[in-house]
Ligand binder design. Sequence first.
Ligand code: HPA
Length: 275
Amino acid sequence: MGDYNVLADYEQALAAVRERTDFVPKIGIVLGSGLGGLADDIEVVTRISYSDLDGFPHSTVEGHKGEYIFGYIDSVPVVLMNGRVHFYEGYPMQKVVLPVRVMALMGVEAIILTNAAGGLNPNFHPGTLMCISDVNTAFVPSPLIGPNDSRLGVRFPDVSAVFDKELQGLLHKCADDLGIELADGVYLQITGPAYETPNEVKMYAMFGADAVGMSTGCEGIALRHMGMKILGITCITDMAIVNTTFETSHEEIQKVANRAGKDLQKLVKEVVRRI
Ligand code: HPA
């Protein structure tokens, strides 16, 4: 770990992308599990599978794809991450955040992170869309552990506002205009792959978290470290607080995500148009 050169790793990954396309996106978008509908709804220029890119981590989870899609939403050039890798798949955190870091290095102006998560806020229900106001990453290793390369960011980054306030305002405006209900809340990241036990659910709620999931927190920290403007949107696919009586299954979560995903898709497209 001591001599791991993060920037060299990311630059090699960027070069692997650049060997295949010179497309310059304005906005990067990460599609969470079950939220891949947007991938079929853009004007595609080219697709690159992570498994074809040297040094890239790739996902092993059923239903999770792993590719960059370059194209246009209306006339806005975008890059989509259709699928991401998770810490529980066994990659170190520095590798988990590599695909989002590489999007930032492609020169995008902002990144929209989406995910599926369990609801902790009793006012939520499966299908609730939540604008992420903050993240709690205290239960996962930091993606910034290891030597810091100051060309990426500072050693001790300020994370008092991981998510961009203006973009959150724009997201709410778009939701109002489209008549889509949108909550606000804190996303807490766990390592997974197990869902939360009843006692963990109580603890996370006591810490002020509104949703719990297995991604996004580390990506937010890594991108904020680079000074990136970030917007985060969670789709609540199941209520973690009733896990004591209902089992959470991967299939059920994907079904709900697919349904609420349609609204999320509309929202993301509208934000991209107005950004
Ligand atoms: N916990 C963690 N991750 C999740 C959940 C959950 O309850 N639901 C969907 N992703």
